[in-house]
Design a protein around this ligand. Structure first.
Ligand code: IPM
Ligand code: MG
Length: 364
């Protein structure tokens, strides 16, 4: 009997529903091509959930995710909710779902596709061969530390605390070493150990467990220097492991190496095989509803889901090859087009990838 995989789908806000629709098409085609069986369940989350239920992360959605084998998320947020109080912000829902599902590890690959080298603002020769992964700690640090306001001697003060315990550091650092072991075996551990106590604990922990991974070449890089080196020698990085906020910032920077944030997928993982998969880009309210968003990041997130949660390596490779085939043939959405007048829409891009996927599998 075919193994049925339950996929919780959260389309979210802005371009979320448009790009998710294309990713679902891709998954449905893999059911036919690879004899998989998926059961999709749909839930509200983010701004649309605030509008319809009064909270960004309804219990029903969280329960749906807990029942599922994996989650596909589109994007959340938009100007409509930007001035809401903290409880009624889509971002609060995002942090809440990460925490509630125990997704402490965020994997963000940044790969420069050869045919898109010219789409980046950096010189093509600097980008040549760039293929890195940021492994970001996702449920600790300053994002989740105590936050408050108080009256100080000079008026109001705001406090955000950054806390990490050894266990939190250890599990993400191990994840970094393990990801590196499966790749080019180079790990850059990024911290601010010359200033921050949490970073000193981080570095001590990395050094303590590094001998368990003798095949991985380790370098410690201070976060400011890392920001610089990413622009200077991006191709020399393999895996970067870092804490929550540094990872937030560096993964956006890494994204821009590739030319478009519309290309980048991500996985958020916990202890088991369960994972939440989402494009790195946001809800892009400025182009929502126009059918011009790039669905590739979401489609590549499906490939990551297949590989990391389901172990469907062949289908993951086929999806990635299909994306490459379509790009090599010159098809572009507006965000990556050199000549915008030639750009195709979200649906067209999805259809081309679905067609290429069939060809990839038939010719394999
Ligand atoms: C991200 C986003 C989120 C984060 C925001 C929307 C809360 O920037 O996933 O990188 O900071 O983690
Ligand atoms: Mg971010």
């Amino acid at each position: 009997m075919t193994d049925v995989k339950r996929i919780a789908v959260i389309a979210g806000d802005g371009i979320g529903p448009e790009v998710v629709a294309e990713a679902i098409k891709v998954m449905k085609r893999t059911e036919e091509l690879f004899n998989y069986k998926f059961e999709f369940e749909f839930g509200l989350f983010g701004g649309i959930a605030i509008d319809e239920t009064g909270t960004p992360l309804p219990e029903a959605t969280l329960d749906m995710c807990k029942r599922a084998d994996s989650v596909l998320l589109g994007a959340v947020g938009g100007p409509k909710w930007d001035n809401n109080s903290k409880e009624l912000r889509p971002e609060t829902g995002l942090l809440g779902i990460r925490k509630a599902l125990g997704l402490f590890s965020n994997i963000r690959p940044a790969v420069v596709f050869d045919c898109l080298k010219d789409a980046s603002t950096l010189k093509p020769e600097v980008l040549e061969g760039t293929d890195l992964i940021v492994v970001r700690e996702l449920t600790g640090g300053i994002y989740f530390g105590e936050k408050f306001r108080r009256e100080g001697e000079r008026g109001q003060e705001a406090v955000d605390t950054c806390v990490y315990n050894v266990e939190e550091v250890e599990r993400i650092v191990r994840q970094g070493f393990e990801v590196a072991q499966k790749r080019r075996k180079k790990l850059a551990s990024v911290d601010k150990a010359n200033v921050l106590e949490t970073s000193r604990l981080w570095r001590e922990t990395v050094n303590r467990i590094a001998p368990e991974y003798p095949d991985v070449e380790l370098e410690h890089v201070l976060v400011d220097n890392c920001a610089m080196q990413l622009l200077r020698r991006p191709a020399s990085f393999d895996v970067i492991v870092t804490e929550n906020m540094f990872g937030d910032i560096l993964s956006d920077e890494a994204a821009m190496l590739t030319g478009s944030i519309g290309m980048l997928s991500s996985a958020s993982l916990g202890e088991g095989s369960f994972g939440l998969y989402e494009p790195v880009h946001g809800s892009a309210p400025d182009i929502a509803g126009q059918g011009i968003a790039n669905p590739i990041a979401t489609i590549l997130s499906v490939a990551l889901m297949f590989r990391l949660t389901f172990g469907y390596e062949d289908a993951a490779n086929a999806i990635e090859a299909a994306v490459k085939q379509v790009l090599d043939a010159g098809h572009r959405t507006g965000d990556i087009a050199v000549d915008r007048s030639q750009a195709i829409g979200t649906e067209q891009m999805g259809n081309l990838i679905v067609a290429a996927l069939s060809e990839q599998v038939v010719s394999a």
